[in-house]
Each structure stands twice: as C-alpha cells, then as structure tokens.
Design a protein around this ligand. Structure first.
Ligand code: DGL
Length: 235
C-alpha cells in the first residue's frame, strides 16, 4: 500500500483528523498515511528548535516512503516550520494549515476572535495574516489557549470546559462575529465553543486545505484515480 501514490498527513495527535476528513471528501481516491504524533503533543508549547526537529523527523519518514505530497495538518507546525521544511525538502510538495484569518476578514466581520496555541499566536505568520487582511473597522483578538489541545487529545471534558470558560467568558461582551479555529484540535470542541459564544460563526480552514491539496495535485499531474486507503502511523 505504501507507494508513490500516498499523501502524508501529520499533526500532534487527533487534531489533523479534521483535515483528513475533508481530504477524504474532496479527494476520495487518494491513499493517505496519517502520522499521529501524540507522543510529542502538545506542539503549541514547544520551542521553535524543538518543533523543527520533530517536524523534520516526520517529513524524513514520509520522504523515505516517497510520498507525493505532505499535508501539515497543524497550524503550529505550519506557522513555525513550513518555510524551513520547504528548504530542507525541496522535492516534496507541502500544503500547510494556517488560521483562516483572511476568510473572517473577507466576510467583513467586525469583531474576530482567533483561538490558537501559544506558538501559533506568537508566530510571524499570524502577525502577517493580520497585517495583510485586517480592515480599518475590524478588531482581531488573538487568544492563546494554553493546554486546550492537550486536554482535547486526552478527551478530558472537565479540563476542556474549564479552559474554555476561563478564556471565552472574557469575550461575552465583545460582540464576537466569528471565531477562527486556529488549531486543528479545536474543531472537535465546536459545540462547546458555541455554548459560550452562541452568536459567533465558527471558521475552520480544513475545507480550504483539502481544496489546496487538490489544486497542487492537479497542477503537478499527480492525482490518483483509485485508492481511498488510510494508514495510521503512531509515534
Ligand atoms: N493541532 C495542532 C495545531 O493546529 C497542534 C496542537 C498542539 O499540539 O499544541 O496547532
């Protein structure tokens, strides 16, 4: 099953399954290797050096399997490492996942809340996304959610609700129009987030990532016409 036709997908655990689900919808005939790096979860509190080492090891694994494209199904790894990974592995096509700040800004929302890991929030990429997309009348609140991805990975409902309550209660009076889910793990707690901010639209970039993968495969003439297998590799 491991051959040139595989697409490699990775995240620090279950978060990237939200991207994989969309990939299977948009590209059902592809074969996927999902690298579930739970051992190193959470990525979001690691240093840049640690993240580069972890992600380089994973991409080296995919490189040895001759994958045709790597999807970084993780905002933290994308915002911190994708540029260096592209330099280190020039023969691999990469598609990353970044907080969908542009989508929220283009919708014309006035008050936008971006939830992501501490590493993503402090990244230059998020800074650029804000500078390039924010309009004069828009407020963008950048909120690091320390510990949330790990709590979701552990399915610790009490901790998830405690963290969300500490964070989201601060935004109840801010007329938040949209919440950008800037961490792939957060897609699994959409209902819980909506309980705190019922009027806000939740924006999840996973469909955009899947469509971008399709475009890249079309451009490079590498689309598969049969497959649909998913293989999970645990760290
Ligand atoms: N799911 C990842 C993201 O999108 C990483 C979460 C973590 O491990 O901290 O940022």
């Amino acid at each position: 099953m491991i051959n040139m036709n595989n697409i490699g997908v990775f995240d620090s655990g279950i978060g990237g399954f939200s991207i994989l689900e969309k990939l299977l919808e948009v590209l059902p005939d592809e074969n996927y290797i999902y690298y579930k790096d739970s051992k190193n979860c959470p990525y979001g509190s690691k240093s840049d050096e640690e993240l580069l080492k972890i992600t380089t090891d994973i991409v080296s694994y995919f490189d040895k399997k001759n994958v045709k494209l790597v999807v970084i199904a993780c905002n933290t790894a994308t915002t911190k490492c994708i540029r260096k990974l592209r330099e280190l592995f020039p023969n691999i096509i990469f598609v990353g996942t970044e907080p969908a700040i542009k989508v929220a800004c283009d919708r014309g929302d006035k008050n936008i809340l971006v939830l992501a890991t501490p590493a993503t929030i402090s990244s230059d990429s998020v800074d650029k996304l804000v500078k390039n997309n924010q309009k004069d009348d828009q407020n963008i609140f950048l909120q690091a959610c320390d510990g949330l991805a790990r709590a979701i990975e552990d399915k610790d409902d009490k901790l998830i609700n405690g963290i969300l309550s500490d964070i989201l209660n601060n935004y109840k009076d801010k007329n938040i129009d949209s919440v950008v889910l800037g961490c792939t793990h957060y897609s699994f707690v959409k209902d819980e987030i909506s309980n705190f901010l019922p009027g806000a639209e939740l924006i999840d970039g996973s469909l955009g990532v899947a469509r971008q993968v399709k475009r890249k495969l079309e451009e490079s003439n590498k689309l598969s016409s049969n497959g649909g297998f998913v293989q999970i590799k645990n760290s």
